[in-house]
Design a protein around this ligand. Structure first.
Ligand code: AVI
Length: 327
């Protein structure tokens, strides 16, 4: 049977304070984690099916084509630490090639993990599995309960492979990415020799490909973005009217990033218990960045984080890369 541990890092009051501070900031912002309530997660799943949104299927094709080569680098019987595991589908597809010795699925809420880890455990009964509910974007380290679990399974000195697919690293700015990768490196280095990181990275490419991926014809990404306002209403008690906000997404070439915003349709005041903010017509609330990397720049970042020489695999158009870097 898999085990589950939920770590409570931020309480409701802290989330409300964070949201209010962001809404009152210049320019106003809301962190991308607020895109992912239950409906937001389902809308994101729908995005991954869109013709315009190439990253998910391109990455899946890279894993399918190069899984064998990846398995030559990742040591067998490693503890596979899956960051943002969600439905665990990506790791599940790699189980037959990577043959992990244990699986630790990490996501913000252990509720999301329960069914998926339970099902994976049915298929791989001999592999110890742990579901860990924690916000690793705030700090990535194994909590004492996970360290105990590794000890109990005699895995404290097994090699560790941090698995971070989906190009989610792109939702952090370069400084935050470096901090997260340094913590990932420390996590791998604390295990036995041979560990490292397997990570999906979306690459710099033509604006004509990037912009439709974040502003699709069906308006699914627009709904995903506007749904953040409903989630903020629930968490903060605010009165955002989603119909009065326009989805805006564009590629900033100088910063190598897609920016997602919500633009106010007309002048309006948004109120919540203890605060309010006036938005002028067209004024934007910044909701997400999605950085795109060149392979050279990402390799340098991995080095700066403490990893050794990286290898990467890509698709025939060079749109996406999966990197392996030893700890
Ligand atoms: C989760 N993350 C990698 C997605 C991305 O492409 O940055 C989130 C997303 N935002 C809009 N579409 C998809």
């Amino acid at each position: 049977m898999p085990e589950f541990v939920q770590i409570h890092q931020s309480n409701d009051a802290a989330l409300r304070a964070e949201l209010a501070a962001g809404l009152l900031a210049e320019p106003p912002r809301a962190a991308p984690k607020f895109l992912y309530d239950a409906l937001g997660s389902r809308l994101f799943d729908a995005i991954t099916e869109l013709a315009e949104y190439y990253p998910t299927r391109t990455e899946a094709a890279i894993f399918a084509a190069h899984g064998g080569a990846m398995a030559q680098r990742v040591p067998p019987r490693a503890v596979l630490i899956d960051l943002g595991a969600g439905n665990c589908a990506k790791a599940a597809r790699l189980f037959p090639v990577l043959r992990p010795g244990a699986y630790v699925a990490v996501d913000i809420s252990v509720d999301y993990l329960q069914d998926a880890v339970g099902e994976l455990q049915q298929r791989h009964r001999q592999v110890p599995m742990l579901g860990l509910g924690m916000d690793f974007s705030a700090r990535l380290a194994l909590p004492p309960a996970a360290a105990d679990w590794l000890e109990r399974h005699d895995l404290a000195s097994a090699p560790r492979c941090v698995f971070y697919p989906g190009s989610s690293i792109g939702n952090f700015n370069p400084g935050e990415s470096l901090a997260l990768l340094r913590q990932a490196h420390a996590l791998c280095a604390a295990g036995g020799p041979g560990g490292g990181i397997l990570i999906g990275v979306d690459r710099v490419k033509d604006k004509a490909v990037l912009e439709p991926a974040y502003d699709d014809a069906l308006g699914v990404t627009a709904a995903f973005n506007r749904n953040l306002l409903l989630n903020v209403n629930t968490l903060l008690g605010s009165d955002f009217a989603p119909a009065r906000w326009r989805h805006v997404a564009f590629y900033d070439e100088a910063a190598s990033r897609i920016e997602m915003h919500l633009a106010s349709d007309g002048a309006q005041t948004v109120r919540w218990p203890g605060g309010e903010r006036h938005f002028a017509d067209g004024e934007r609330l910044h909701t997400e960045n999605s950085y795109k990397w060149t392979p050279g720049a990402f390799e340098t970042l991995l080095r700066e984080a403490g990893f050794g020489a990286a290898t990467h695999w890509t698709d025939e158009r060079g749109w996406f890369s999966v990197f392996w870097a030893p700890a």
